[in-house]
Design a protein around this ligand. Structure first.
Ligand code: UDP
Ligand code: MG
Length: 319
């Protein structure tokens, strides 16, 4: 029996790219005749006719299949939907906009055949991102790597291949709010890297604007670290010590020299400064409590409206 490979592609308003994606991917089928490929497009609540395109492609090509989510759940949820529905020997995750070149999947497969369970795409340059974005991303990775259990690299994205056993482990993590990059790293397994050049977006614009990227970064840090919560007790302790020390100085001054300084400005500065610090502390608590709230409700990560074509499963059922 042929080994099976599922390629999970999350799509949000990608109607302009899908046909080109399939055309660029098709040569891989003849290049790797020993494998049964399955292309799983996950329509993440697109507002254009993306799913109509997926439906047409699935009808025309037996190796293409589509999952239609009930609304936009976000890329992480769409990747999770693909992961849950793929039962193949290996799962590849890649973007629909051709920023992840399909040809690189050949190299992924070669490395997988050598026995590596996780093959990760390593971007050689981030020319497609602006300077400011790259700088901020750099700061995020530095902070995150310092305070989180998992180590992330700015050169790695979701573009990767994982073996069935890794996919099964990954599926055991049922948290609702998912930062896939962190989850990939969390399950462990030594990755090997394949270098690739990030392409330009084929069509349309990126859905990750500055605000969305910032929230994504917050998600990444709060999902994998509780350091932001814990620093407050240390900060509080430090402030208490300084305050007590200062008080002692004033009292001694009053006893020894009888000086009672007005201290009005000092007081004001202290009130303003510490209120600010307290507000930040409460804000950080809020970030975590909000996430706990979302998590305890145990709503599913995504909902599926319909699926089109199911070549691998039908083939397996027939055997
Ligand atoms: N995407 C998605 N749901 C969303 C936003 C994006 O499934 O809510 C998909 C999108 O169609 C693409 C991939 O995620 O295949 C990466 O998105 P995009 O190109 O907008 O982000 P960037 O490449 O700038 O990180
Ligand atoms: Mg993109």
């Amino acid at each position: 029996m042929k080994k099976t490979i599922s390629v999970v592609v999350p799509c949000f308003n990608e109607s302009g790219s899908l046909c080109h994606f399939v055309d660029r991917f098709r040569p891989l089928l003849s290049r790797h005749p020993g494998y049964a490929f399955e292309l799983v497009f996950v329509n993440d609540g697109s507002t254009d006719d993306t799913f109509a395109h997926i439906r047409a492609l699935a009808a025309a090509e037996s190796w293409v299949k589509g999952i239609n989510l009930t609304r936009n759940f976000g890329k992480e949820a769409a990747l999770t939907a693909g992961l849950d529905y793929a039962h193949s020997d290996a799962v590849v995750f890649m973007d629909a906009d051709l920023q992840h070149p399909p040809e690189v999947v050949s190299d992924f497969i070669a490395r997988w055949e050598q026995g590596h369970d996780v093959v990760v795409g390593h971007r050689v340059s981030r020319e497609t991102d602006s300077r400011a974005y790259r700088m901020l991303a750099n700061v995020f990775y530095r902070i995150s790597n310092r305070i989180s259990d998992v180590k992330l690299s700015e050169h790695e994205g979701d573009f990767r291949l994982i073996d069935r056993k890794v996919a099964d482990k990954l599926r055991q993590l049922r948290e609702n709010r998912r930062f896939m990059k962190g989850l990939f790293a969390w399950v462990g397994y030594e990755p090997v890297f394949v270098e690739y050049e990030v392409g330009r977006r084929f069509n349309g614009v990126s859905s990750f604007n500055t605000w969305r990227s910032w929230n994504f970064a917050l998600e990444g840090i709060t999902s994998f670290s509780t350091v932001p919560l814990r620093i407050w007790s240390y900060l509080g302790g430090l402030v208490l010590l300084i305050g007590l020390g200062y008080l002692l100085v004033i009292v001694l001054q009053a006893i020894l020299y009888g000086v009672v300084t007005p201290g009005y400005v000092t007081l004001l500065a202290a009130v303003v400064g510490f209120s600010g610090v307290l507000m930040i502390g409460i804000g950080i608590l809020g970030e975590y409590i909000g996430r706990i709230y979302m998590e305890v409700k145990q709503r599913p990560t995504y909902l599926v409206k319909e699926m089109v074509s199911n070549p691998l499963e039908t083939a397996q059922a027939a055997e």
